[in-house]
Design a binder for this molecule. Structure first.
Ligand SMILES: NC(=O)c1ccc[n+]([C@@H]2O[C@H](COP(=O)([O-])OP(=O)(O)OC[C@H]3O[C@@H](n4cnc5c(N)ncnc54)[C@H](O)[C@@H]3O)[C@@H](O)[C@H]2O)c1
Length: 269
């Protein structure tokens, strides 16, 4: 399969956990990888450009988007917390990104959405991309905003977006919930590659998960993306069970898909 269909890709959030995991992996997807974050993360290597920018700064975002063929947008606040930083990075920031994409004719975006868009569905339910959002906090609301904004830019301007509702993407599952939500770094890269290369992406919502036996998410609405996970949390099951206590089944953390996020707070600026 030819996966290098883009000359220059922009990766935002490059200093973060997933940005670091994808930096080397994305080299096969492009000739030049432009890496951006608001935090300094060192110099560019061969085949890279490094441009620092705060997502809340429209002019800076315009600068990082100019000249790229597609965007992998990971930058932003990645956990529940005070509203002001979420507002700046995840709401104003995603608006700035899509305005810059429209201005510069960028036609494809992979947007790091989150399972916390639907965190208030129960762990005994299987949902599809057609289920309405039920965010489990302000962070989840901000990702739902990004999903809606990207749909608007598809309907109005034809900018295609894959909203990847990432489950839990870490080196290994860290707790029992992650046995259902885990997405390996290699599968994340496979999924992003599929989103970048599928002929017709449109505006799509896809759950970012590996091939885990227990799952709450049905990706049947995203078959056109052509993502086939090759890893599974199941190989970690015995170890995770041995290292973690049995959950209290009356605790909202064990009832709802969002886990601990459903109780995070209190909300504030
Ligand atoms: N890791 C996961 O399991 C997971 C799950 C669901 C969703 N996601 C989403 O995937 C993306 C990457 O996740 P991660 O785990 O690498 O998060 P992370 O917090 O490690 O990285 C996010 C990066 O965004 C940068 N950032 C924050 N605010 C910014 C701003 N205003 N301007 C520019 N850069 C800014 C941070 O400096 C950081 O380097 C995030 O959007 C997150 O919401 C991740």
């Amino acid at each position: 399969m030819t996966i290098k269909v883009h000359e220059k890709l922009l990766l935002t959030g490059a200093a973060g956990g997933l940005g670091k995991a994808l930096r080397e992996r994305l080299k096969v997807n492009c000739t030049v990888l432009r890496l951006s974050d608001r935090k300094d993360f060192g110099p560019a290597n061969a085949g890279e450009e490094v441009v620092l920018a705060d997502l809340a700064d429209a002019a800076a975002v315009d600068g990082i988007v100019r000249g790229v063929d597609a965007i992998i947008h990971l930058g932003g606040i990645s956990v529940e917390g005070p509203f002001a930083p979420i507002l700046q990075a995840n709401i104003l920031g995603v608006f700035n990104l899509y305005e810059a994409a429209r201005t510069h004719g960028v036609k494809r975006v992979v947007f790091a959405s989150s399972n916390h868009v639907t965190g208030f569905y129960r762990q005994n339910q299987t949902i599809t991309a057609d289920h309405a959002p039920r965010p489990d906090g302000l962070y989840g609301v901000s990702k739902a905003f990004g999903e809606d904004l990207s749909r608007l830019y598809f309907d109005r301007y034809g900018i295609e977006t894959a909203c990847v509702r990432i489950g839990s993407s870490f080196a290994e599952p860290r707790d029992r919930r992650m046995l259902a939500t885990w997405l390996s770094f290699d599968d994340l890269h496979r999924l992003i590659t599929a989103c970048l290369t599928t002929p017709a992406l449109g505006h799509s919502i896809v759950f970012g998960m590996s091939d885990n036996a227990v799952t709450w998410w049905d990706n049947s609405r995203a078959r056109h993306i052509g993502y086939r996970p090759q890893d599974s949390a199941d190989v970690f099951r015995d170890t995770v069970y041995a290292q973690t206590a049995a959950p209290d089944l009356n605790d909202p953390v064990a009832i709802f898909q969002g886990g601990g996020f459903v109780k995070a707070g209190p909300f504030g600026l």
